[in-house]
Design a binder for this molecule. Structure first.
Ligand SMILES: *[C@@H]1O[C@H](CO)[C@@H](O)[C@H](O)[C@H]1NC(C)=O
Ligand SMILES: *[C@@H]1O[C@H](CO)[C@@H](O)[C@H](O)[C@H]1NC(C)=O
Ligand SMILES: *[C@@H]1O[C@H](CO)[C@@H](O)[C@H](O)[C@H]1NC(C)=O
Ligand SMILES: *[C@@H]1O[C@H](CO)[C@@H](O)[C@H](O)[C@H]1NC(C)=O
Ligand SMILES: *[C@@H]1O[C@H](CO)[C@@H](O)[C@H](O)[C@H]1NC(C)=O
Ligand SMILES: *[C@@H]1O[C@H](CO)[C@@H](O)[C@H](O)[C@H]1NC(C)=O
Length: 371
């Protein structure tokens, strides 16, 4: 009996020792996680937008009103979620400040309140935009081509050094708005899905080529998530979107795009000397959360936390008549289109530290530390 107790004590002590060693080695590695990358330049849509659209006077795609931002910033910042976005979390992991929207930095430099453009990068993303220049143009959003032009202008005016560009992380996420709009009935005839997706990929290829030509070397491109599962599909019931399940036709098109996108990244990485491109598999990551919600802290992976109508997807959060849930971070979706901050946190961790099922050929932490 005594002997057993003795053994138990020894075991516990050994275990404690192991735990302590683990804890100290992980804390020492996290205090030395200083990476090679000093800046992030983000391009794309509302998944990345840090408040760009608030600086466009006549733009109708906005999130600059409560309760956007309420869980983290405690005021609206123009981000389309209740807290931080993916570039915000990546900045934390790298150990740099979050990036300002380009238009905000530009206004500050022009009125003299800021001397130079920030050295931690800039966020060009504009909610509502797509890869196709025409997507949501009537809403006054900034297309990916115009975002690239803004970046090119900064470089041409020597506001950003070549050295900084060489050591920056470039992020691209775009295409959801192109595909969602494809399913909105219009009078104009539409190309078939295959051709539509090909024209999106052609724009993505132009974009990557130009980033490379300007000097960008570390580029992470994210796949689209399961767009057919967003609560906003409730607005497309008239054209055949189901409510009880995801919209299969839309997800099929998303998957076509994603497959092409991964090939494209593979191709350009081989073609351009020195370019390191990675592909983040958001689609599969989100599907995993939908399959095992409890494991990831979700109580609801179908409805919008904030909005109204079927699935909470018929009204934008914050607009007259909206309702809000008690625990936004137990919801996969914050509003009719967008992930909650909790979802963004999980996704950013998966992309930063994940294995090949999440991000290929290696994760963002590796990309950021690449010599
Ligand atoms: C190190 O990374 C962690 C998250 O992985 C982050 O919270 C922390 O701020 C980083 N520290 C430094 C010094 O970069
Ligand atoms: C300058 O512009 C920035 C960004 O729009 C703004 O926050 C700031 O209040 C402005 N400052 C002055 C002195 O106008
Ligand atoms: C918004 O304003 C800009 C600049 O004044 C103008 O070029 C653009 O056509 C306007 N867009 C819309 C949708 O009204
Ligand atoms: C920027 O510089 C590049 C290379 O010098 C040139 O090709 C391009 O036309 C310039 N773009 C702008 C917007 O001035
Ligand atoms: C970019 O950085 C890499 C090392 O990280 C270096 O080999 C290369 O010469 C740099 N290129 C420029 C244009 O500074
Ligand atoms: C990638 O390259 C392969 C082989 O050259 C080609 O068949 C394929 O169409 C390319 N895909 C994209 C998206 O560029």
């Amino acid at each position: 009996m005594e002997f057993m107790r003795f053994l138990l004590v020894i075991l516990v002590l050994l275990l404690l020792n192991v735990l302590l060693v683990c804890a100290s080695s992980s804390s020492s590695s996290s205090s030395s996680n200083i990476t090679k990358v000093g800046a992030i330049f983000s391009f794309g849509d509302s998944i990345f937008d840090a408040g760009t659209n608030g600086f466009i006077k006549n733009c109708t795609t906005q999130a600059d009103f409560p309760p956007y931002g309420s869980s983290f910033f405690h005021h609206p910042t123009g981000r389309f979620t209740n807290g931080r976005t993916l570039p915000d979390f990546f900045s934390e992991f790298i150990g740099i400040d979050m990036q300002k929207p380009y238009l905000e930095a530009q206004a500050a430099v022009m009125n003299g309140s800021m001397k130079d453009y920030p050295s931690n990068g800039v966020n060009f993303a504009s909610a509502g935009s797509g890869l196709l220049p025409s997507t949501d143009k009537e809403n006054g959003v900034i297309s990916i081509q115009e975002q690239l032009q803004q970046f090119q202008d900064l470089v041409n005016q020597s506001q950003i050094t070549k050295n900084l560009i060489n050591n920056s992380l470039f992020l691209l996420e775009s295409g959801s708005n192109d595909i969602f709009n494809y399913f909105i009935p219009t009078h104009d005839p539409k190309p078939d899905p295959q051709h539509y997706v090909e024209s999106m990929l052609a724009e993505a290829e132009k974009f990557l080529t130009q980033i490379y030509n300007i000097g960008g070397r570390r580029i992470a491109v994210l796949s689209l998530g399961p767009l057919g599962c967003v609560p906003a599909r409730a607005m497309l019931v008239g054209v055949g979107a189901p409510i009880g399940t995801c919209y299969g036709k839309m997800n099929k098109m998303v998957k076509q795009y994603n497959v092409g996108l991964e090939n494209l990244i593979h191709n350009v990485s081989n073609k351009y000397n020195g370019l390191i491109g990675v592909y983040g598999e958001l689609y599969q990551i989100v599907q995993h959360y939908r399959t095992f919600p409890k494991r990831f802290g979700f109580s609801d992976v179908s409805n919008a936390c904030c909005g109204d109508g079927v699935l909470g997807g018929m009204l934008q959060c914050g607009k007259e008549g909206f309702k809000i849930c008690k625990n936004p971070n137990q919801f996969l979706f914050w509003d009719y289109f967008h992930p909650s901050e909790h979802t963004n946190h999980l996704l950013s961790n998966a992309l930063w530290l994940g294995g090949k099922l999440q991000i290929r050929p290696f994760n963002l932490k590796t990309l950021a530390n690449f010599h």
